[in-house]
Design a protein around this ligand. Structure first.
Ligand SMILES: Cc1ncc(COP(=O)(O)O)c(C=O)c1O
Length: 389
């Protein structure tokens, strides 16, 4: 059976060039990058080269990059790190955090944790496309606000937030700006300088790199408190022996992502637009998220009177890998917080389907999905008590 992967928002295959680059760092260059002998220095050089490559795709300096174990850790380190440095200032500047109601759980759960510790968090609502309102942001800022954390692009519906405007406001009010760019990197150009971003999270496995490695960009001069204490790696901000192969993989993935950005974006946008056009021909089907301000690889639909999990399973039987919400939440059966935040009713949210395209997808893949989906939707509707046309 033909197998088609359209769940690149959950994870991507590791690029062959990335694997080839990583392999020598498992055995030939296995040294500890912190060791001063030649084995250590070889590994150290590779880590530093990767640091430059990660910096390069963000238009940052290499000394502004800290390696982590992935997007979740980067979000935790950026947010808690900024918060803990301000812990003693409760009541003054250093008390209030602003985020959005559609963040990834890595940000939302971190914010809820900080609330339990006495921080005050404002969760901004979003419009029907999932975009925060700049006016709400400006109104939420008070003299106690020290951090804004708003994602670059949403992992479920693909909506891209007005990052430059958020950055401009953060800078104007002298508030730190963290953004979770895990889904955006390699799918849209990112320039931390232009966007006035102070802290930015990256994960390798969403960009054809390995799982379990990521990075946090920390603007020069920005201070955060470490979460992992130990040997003092990464300027004391993230102790633990370097995951050299993973870091090399992340660096190579960023290098390839930067070289191919234009080509990848054009390819993905072409496929995404075809997918959206074809699938919206199905009766009572709708696009979730913004029609234009969305990730080039994200197509997110809802179908009246359909159960998304069943849709996923029936697509899987046809060899197609898809998702209902984000991979992290799709095993939970409650309606997605993102879809609720854009104003959908629970039954509408449950009838959603996320298709996220990747480099290897082709027009034939899109045609295949578009050819099998109408029949699946019809079959599910026949079984649905909600479908009474
Ligand atoms: C927007 C966003 N942030 C953070 C993460 C977590 O990244 P990681 O899996 O590397 O911990 C994900 C993963 O789905 C994501 O989509």
């Amino acid at each position: 059976m033909k197998r088609i992967y359209m769940d690149h928002g959950a994870s991507t295959p590791v690029d062959k060039e990335v694997i080839d680059e990583m392999i020598p760092y498992f055995d030939k260059y296995f040294g500890n990058p912190s060791s001063i002998h030649s084995f250590g220095r070889e590994a150290f050089d590779a880590v530093e080269e990767s640091r430059s490559k990660v910096a390069d795709i963000l238009n940052a300096d290499a000394d502004e990059i800290i390696f982590t174990s992935g997007g979740t850790e980067s979000d935790n380190l950026g947010i808690k790190g900024a918060a803990y440095l301000n812990k003693d200032k409760i009541g003054g500047k250093g008390y209030h955090i602003i985020t959005s109601s559609i963040e990834h759980p890595a940000v939302l759960a971190t914010c809820r944790h900080l609330e339990k510790q006495g921080f005050n968090v404002k969760y901004l609502p979003v419009d029907k496309y999932g975009i925060i309102r700049i006016k709400d942001l400006e109104e939420a800022i008070s003299k106690d606000t020290f951090l804004i954390t708003i994602m670059y692009a949403n992992n479920e519906i693909g909506t891209i937030e007005p990052i430059n405007e958020i950055g401009r406001i953060a800078r104007k009010h002298d508030v730190l700006f963290h953004t979770d760019a895990v889904q955006a990197i390699c799918k849209t150009p990112i320039d931390v300088g232009e966007s006035n971003v102070d802290l930015l999270s990256v994960s390798a496995h969403k960009i054809y790199g390995p799982k379990g490695v990521g990075a946090l960009y920390i603007r020069n001069g920005v201070k955060i408190y470490p979460l992992a204490h130990g040997g003092g790696h990464e300027k004391g901000l993230r102790s633990s022996t370097y995951n050299t192969p993973g870091i090399v993989g992340l660096g190579k993935a960023c290098e390839l992502g930067k070289t191919r950005l234009k080509e990848d974006m054009a390819h993905l946008k072409n496929l995404r637009d075809k997918l959206i056009k074809d699938i919206l021909k199905i009766e009572e089907s709708y696009l979730n998220g913004h029609p234009e301000k969305r990730l080039v690889n994200n197509a997110h639909f809802r179908f009246t009177a359909i159960e998304g999990e069943s849709l996923n399973m029936m697509l899987d039987e046809k060899g197609i890998a898809s998702a209902t919400g984000s991979a992290c939440s799709s095993k939970k059966l409650q309606a997605s917080h993102v879809l609720m935040a854009i104003g959908l009713k629970p039954e509408e949210a449950h009838g959603s389907l996320r298709l996220t395209l990747g480099r290897k997808n082709t027009e034939e893949d899109v045609s295949y999905v578009a050819s099998v989906l109408p029949d699946i939707v019809e079959r599910l509707r026949k079984m649905s008590p909600l479908w009474n046309r």
